[in-house]
Design a protein around this ligand. Structure first.
Ligand code: PMT
Length: 403
């Protein structure tokens, strides 16, 4: 299953270190080339000999190696890796990585790695919940790390709570997802809208909003990775379009409406992550509006923009329609109302009052409501990971339809 895949398995000094042996064994049996890197403390919990025997490779413990076969160990270990996972990840190793510290073989290897990375935190509940640990995990999530949520249960310190290493099967499933991306959208055309609209006031000014496009671009990237043909209709952003998408740049809501309608009939899935201006200037000036000395006010006459999502909801035939709702209060109530009013199949509710979710941050936490009454609550995660949660919900809907 994992032929030609190189996995760096980092092990830090927690009681769950012995479970890394199961993962090393499973990866190796499935054909992966597994390179274990242990911290000094990890060797107190499990012998490197065990991991060497399971993987067939010497375990990296030191950065400085002399004699035959020497090399720059952390660089060689990280080179060409398809995945780097740290199982278990202690609060200490997470803190070091979040701060870019490279003072041993594992942290140096992490800094040299360019592949997808994942941590499986495991520690005492208070240490896990400590603001410093949570902050460090968020830093990693913002950098695109995959963070496994610890399980609840009996901990080595004698308490019961959050902080347990997830079951080996859960870790295996996560690793499989990272090593073998799904192609479950192959043959599907997915249209994603992203970013803000810009409503002109005059030739040099416009009304816009705080959307950076990150959420929509992450969805487009995830859909391409999962095999979809992707059209990304985007307002003004500073982002590079993901490889493989067809980008359609727009300015105003009216232009977004036209771009979306031109594609709609041939789309299988439409995901409207864009922040569309509800109002536009009725008659934008055709010259720059000049400041005058006789008044301190400038009055703009605004008129309602077309509601693109509602229009798509009205015209919906075979398409699966996903809307977003950016809210600052009564999030669930308003989101459910939008789902019904705009006739969407799924509605992604976004509490944009949170500092770690919504506009222009790299993480998000959403609630996904389904027209059949279902509700999914993914954890706080990078926008890229959140995109996968949304696409998973879309897949569930498509599967239910074809039954
Ligand atoms: O771009 P980022 O910085 O990453 O931020 C992400 C985000 C906060 C913009 C995104 O997660 C999000 O919540 N997008 C929806 C923003 C929004 O316009 O929400 P709304 O509640 O005002 O609109 C509800 C839905 O109707 C949205 O799908 C919107 O695209 C759509 N809409 C709204 C108004 C309108 N005239 N036409 C529309 O199609």
């Amino acid at each position: 299953m994992f032929a030609n895949k190189k996995v760096v398995l980092g092990i830090s000094g927690g009681i769950a270190a012995y479970k890394a042996a199961d993962i090393a064994s499973w990866l190796t049996k499935n054909g992966a080339d597994v390179r274990c890197v242990m911290t000094k403390h990890a060797t107190e919990f499990i012998s490197p000999v065990v991991l060497q025997a399971l993987t067939g490779h010497a375990v990296v413990q030191e950065e400085f190696v002399t004699g035959p076969g020497w090399g720059i160990v952390h660089i060689d270990t990280a080179a060409d890796a398809d995945l780097l996972v740290i199982i278990p990840a202690t609060a200490n190793i997470i803190a070091k990585i979040a701060n870019g510290i490279a003072d041993d073989a594992l942290t140096s290897t992490v800094l040299a790695a360019t592949c997808p990375c994942m941590v499986a935190p495991a520690m005492n509940t208070n240490m896990y919940r400590n603001a410093a640990t949570q902050h460090n995990l968020q830093v990693l999530a913002e950098r695109g790390w995959h963070i496994l949520k610890p399980a609840c249960g009996h901990l080595a310190c004698g308490t019961v709570g959050e902080g347990k290493l997830p079951a080996v099967e859960v870790i295996e499933e996560e690793i499989t997802g990272l090593l073998l991306p799904r192609r479950d959208f192959a043959g599907q055309k997915v249209l994603v809208t992203a970013g803000p609209t810009s409503e002109p006031i005059d030739p040099v000014r416009y009304i816009s909003n705080r959307s950076s496009g990150k959420m929509g671009y992450a969805i487009a990237e995830a859909a391409v990775a999962r095999g979809a043909e992707v059209v990304l209709v985007s307002g003004r952003t500073n982002l590079q379009p993901p490889k493989g998408v067809r980008l359609v740049n727009i300015g105003s809501a009216q232009q977004m409406l036209e771009a979306v309608l031109a594609e709609y009939e041939t789309c299988d899935v439409v995901i409207k992550a864009a922040a569309v201006a509800d109002y536009r200037v009725a008659t934008p000036a055709d010259h720059k509006i000049k400041k005058t000395d006789d008044t301190d006010e400038l009055v703009l006459h605004l008129v309602k923009n077309p509601d693109i999502l509602a229009e798509l909801g009205r015209r919906k035939q075979h398409q699966l329609l996903v809307g977003f709702a950016a809210e600052t209060n009564n999030v669930e109530e308003y989101a459910k109302k939008k789902l019904v009013k705009k006739n969407t199949d799924l509605l992604v509710a976004n509490d944009v009052s949170r500092p770690d979710a919504g506009f222009d941050v790299d993480t998000n936490q959403v609630i996904i409501f389904s027209a059949d009454g279902g509700k999914i609550t993914p954890p706080l995660a990078s926008k890229r990971k959140t995109a996968d949660y949304i696409l998973d919900a879309v897949q569930d809907k498509l599967a239910a339809r074809s039954k």
